[in-house]
Design a protein around this ligand. Structure first.
Ligand code: GTP
Ligand code: MG
Ligand code: ZN
Length: 299
């Protein structure tokens, strides 16, 4: 059975119970993360998303590794990612703000980075234009200001907003369900509960897209399967030596790739174990049926 999730398009019988889904339309995109549970499937957070809005609060120091992780999932989903630097009013120095934007831009090739403030209205018009077409999802940590942005874009307070804890700036997980909101100017917006981190889910292509410049450099490595670890003639490591590629970025790339490989291997092992269990169960049932038949004949 397929589970319907936020963003899915379904067909219902106009004369029947509207809760009864007749057909689930094929998903164009799916934002999938790994779950801690023992299931072998990833969890689909949202389907048919056109714009994945990765919301990063400027109230805290920006964690570039986390941005890269969200970007990998977004690219993998098929949606176009956009990084919103929220609470831009908390960085009053324009030069400081432009440095922050540049920093995030350097880890987000192919994605727009937009400073936004719900408090002053900065960037809101640009964001409204982007979300005015198709389906968008707000992603990010609790307290990042996702629901505040949703309310700003809606022009009314639909979502509950709560102050982040003062001491550590951490959120309170105010939003607990995924909410699909229809925007007045067109477009659909999904507000989601804050995610501290997201586990990758078979996201090798997505990881490649986040680190596009590393993949480009890799074309000049001596070995076509170079892992950029200790191989001679590695163009990627050469770039970290001449400073054109940051060591942090290369390490982050390796880390996400390794994590992804672990998850893929674990899933494969789990799928194999499930098949084996199923086969054992079936063959045990088959044996029992055979015994019963034999027993019946004997009597
Ligand atoms: N200074 C400032 N504060 C903001 C801005 N946007 C949101 N906040 C504050 O940030 C806090 C958290 O905002 P929420 O919108 O509830 O955050 P959220 O991302 O929806 O959090 P969860 O629902 O827990 O995931 C609230 O106190 C907001 O008032 C902004 O543009 N500037
Ligand atoms: Mg919220
Ligand atoms: Zn290399």
């Amino acid at each position: 059975m397929k589970v319907v999730c936020t963003g899915d398009w379904v067909a219902v019988d106009p004369d029947g119970d509207p809760r009864y889904v007749r057909t689930l339309l094929p998903r164009r995109t799916a934002f999938t993360r790994s779950t801690s549970s023992k299931r072998s499937e990833g969890q689909i957070l949202a389907a048919n998303v056109d714009h994945a809005i990765i919301t990063v609060s400027l109230a805290l120091e920006v964690d570039l590794g986390r941005v890269e992780r969200f970007l990998a999932l977004a690219w993998e989903s098929g949606a176009q990612p956009l990084v919103v630097l929220s609470k831009a009013d908390l960085v009053p120095d324009p030069l400081g703000l432009s440095y922050l934007v540049e920093d995030v831009e350097s880890v987000a090739p192919g994605a727009q980075v937009l400073p936004v403030s719900a408090a002053t209205g900065e960037g809101v018009e640009v964001l409204a234009a982007i979300v005015g077409g198709g389906t968008s999802v707000l992603l990010g940590a609790s307290g990042a200001g996702k629901s505040t942005l949703a309310n700003t874009l809606l022009g009314e307070d639909v979502m509950t907003v709560q102050a982040a804890r003062d001491v550590d700036g951490k959120g309170r997980h105010t939003t607990t369900t995924r909410n699909l909101l229809v925007l007045p100017g067109g477009g659909v917006l999904i507000d989601t509960p804050g995610l501290r981190g997201v586990g990758l889910w078979d996201a090798e292509t997505g990881v490649g897209q986040v680190f596009a410049e590393i993949q480009e450099l890799a074309a000049d490595c001596r070995f076509h399967d170079c892992a950029h670890e200790a191989e001679p003639g590695c163009a990627v490591r050469a770039a970290t030596e001449d400073g054109s590629l940051s060591v942090r970025r290369l390490e982050s790339y390796h880390k996400l790739l390794r994590e992804n490989q672990r998850i893929v291997a674990k899933t494969d092992a789990r799928v194999r174990a499930e098949i084996l269990k199923d086969w054992k169960r079936k063959s045990a049932a088959g044996r029992a049926a055979l015994e019963a038949k034999r027993g019946g004949r004997g009597r």
